[in-house]
Design a protein around this ligand. Structure first.
Ligand code: C2O
Ligand code: CU
Length: 505
């Protein structure tokens, strides 16, 4: 763990992020905010206060620590301070914008009230340089979440603005150690400075802005010392703009216990590599063998021939126990309402566009999964269809489309409108040649099926990675009123039009 947060606990846990104590006037060795906490304790419900200041900073992202990169960071560090809070508590986070441009904070995966969702122009006005905004909301769900800006997101995330938000179970899982790894990649030039050129058309129309330097918690991948027999809970988060990680854990065979924060039946994934698209999280339990190998490499093998080491686990010291523990790994489910699949309304979202997308769209049309009715809704019906599509892909900079529309255009309105409390089954169709991690705000959804085949364990997610030509079915209860974005978390794809709104009345 490389996070430095100073805690001072009490019934109200106040935390100050970063090594530089903000409001550094310390009283009796405690930061100022702690004394405030004490003073007002009588009226205190279970509230955690946090001050987040995005601004310019420096970080050593490459293995030579003498080399520093100019970044944007929350409270001076990449990642920003870890926010750790208990399930059921309330977070009060003040954003103070010291960036040279407007920003907001989005609380990725958290089911907050709409006004706290941090989407400029949809849920709030962007916060001007020098301005501030108070985010206040309760945390009904335990799990691994994160925060990041939702204004000029490609650049603001790409320059280092993100941090983990861990909501601890009231009954935490017994483990020897917990690790939080926030994965990212950076596009650095010769002097380890961040390349500008955000939203380059090539990135928008292909795989997003893929970097040339991978970091874990803002540092070059390194070695983690572990002990034989140790049980570790690893919280993995992907904060990259566009990079999908395909993680190989050597012989460690991790058990997946939560996905996108929400508990899932503990299981070993059948696939040899664990896929983690931008925005997604995985909670894993890793048992270090009691004897045998003394070093395990965690590798990213998403891109053939361009593998990256993410970490090495070096086993040393005395064994923690003589055999792997058989303790239960099941977490208590979060209070997410179960959709009523029989009563649910059904909607489809067809994603199209991007380089080489025409072929996939054509295939899905020929196989009958995209119907003539859907095509005409997309403005691609009849003979003119494919030609329209080609035109819509070149031209305007709107490389991608959802149901054929340009969601940023005024007057288009929401993609889907739902009554409050209604159950909804959504089919997401990827009629493109690229993978897309589609993220829904304000709700968790059940992943029901891929290409009509029921998915194992039907996890609760907020982001689902969809392969080219794949159809994914999700379901959720529209219980959170407001306008909620549903967008690709490859941030350059969102810029290119892969975004829209689901309205809950
Ligand atoms: Cu992680 Cu719309 O965001
Ligand atoms: Cu995408």
């Amino acid at each position: 763990m490389t996070f430095k947060s100073s805690f001072c606990s009490g019934r109200r846990g106040f935390l100050l992020g970063g090594a530089t104590a903000i409001g550094a006037a310390a009283t009796g060795g405690l930061p100022l905010w702690c004394s405030i906490a004490r003073a007002s304790e009588t009226s205190a419900p279970d509230i955690v206060d946090m001050l987040l200041r995005p601004g310019a900073s420096r970080a050593s992202l490459v293995s030579n620590p003498a080399i520093q990169t100019d970044v944007w960071a929350y409270n001076g560090t990449v990642p920003g301070p870890e926010i750790r809070i208990r399930q059921g508590q309330r977070l009060r986070a003040r954003l103070e914008n010291t960036l040279p441009q407007e920003t907001t904070i989005h609380w990725h995966g958290l089911r907050t009230p709409n006004a706290m969702d941090g989407v400029p122009g949809v849920t709030q006005d962007a916060v001007k340089p020098g301005g501030s905004f108070d985010y206040v909301f309760d945390l009904p769900d335990a799990g691994t979440y994160w925060y990041h800006p939702h204004a000029n997101t490609t650049e603001q995330l790409g320059r280092g603005l993100y941090g983990p938000l861990i909501v601890e179970e009231t009954d935490p899982l017994p483990v020897d150690r917990e690790l939080v790894w926030m994965l990212d990649d950076w596009r650095l030039g010769d002097t380890a400075m961040i390349n500008g050129g955000f939203n380059a058309m090539h990135d928008v129309s292909h795989a997003g802005r893929i970097g040339n330097v991978v970091t874990v918690n803002g540092l070059a991948p390194g070695q983690v010392a572990v002990r034989p027999g140790e049980r570790i809970r690893l919280r993995l988060l992907n904060a990259a703009n566009g990079r999908i990680f395909a993680l190989d854990f050597d012989e460690l065979a991790p058990t997946v216990i939560a996905m996108d924060g929400h508990p899932v039946t503990p299981h070993r994934d059948d696939a040899p590599l664990l896929l983690l698209g931008p925005g997604m999280r995985l909670d894993l339990v890793i048992d270090i063998p009691v004897k045998g190998k003394t070093s395990f490499a965690v590798m990213d093998r998403f891109y053939d021939g361009m593998e990256n080491r993410v970490a090495s686990l070096a086993v040393s010291g005395e064994a923690v126990r003589d055999e792997v523990p058989d303790w239960d790994m099941a977490l208590k489910p979060n209070p997410v309402p179960e959709p009523d699949l029989d009563q649910a309304t059904r909607h489809d979202l067809v994603y199209s566009g991007g380089m080489m997308g025409g072929m996939v769209l054509q295939q899905m049309t020929q196989s009958g999964h995209i119907t003539p009715e859907m095509l005409s809704r997309m403005g691609m019906g009849g003979m003119a269809g494919m030609g329209n599509m080609m035109r819509s892909m070149s031209g305007s900079g709107n490389v991608w489309a959802v149901n054929g529309r340009d969601p940023d255009r005024d007057g288009d309105g929401p993609l889907v409108t739902l009554e409050r409390g209604q159950s909804c089954r959504l089919t997401l169709m990827n009629a493109t040649a690229w993978l897309h991690p589609i993220h829904l705000h304000g709700h968790a959804f059940r992943l029901l099926a891929r290409n009509d085949a029921p998915v194992n364990h039907q996890p609760w997610l907020d982001t689902v990675l969809i392969k080219p030509g794949e159809r994914v079915e999700i379901a959720f209860v529209a219980d959170n009123p407001g306008d909620w974005l549903i967008h690709c978390h490859i941030l350059e794809h969102k810029v290119g039009g892969m975004s829209g709104v689901i309205r809950v009345l």
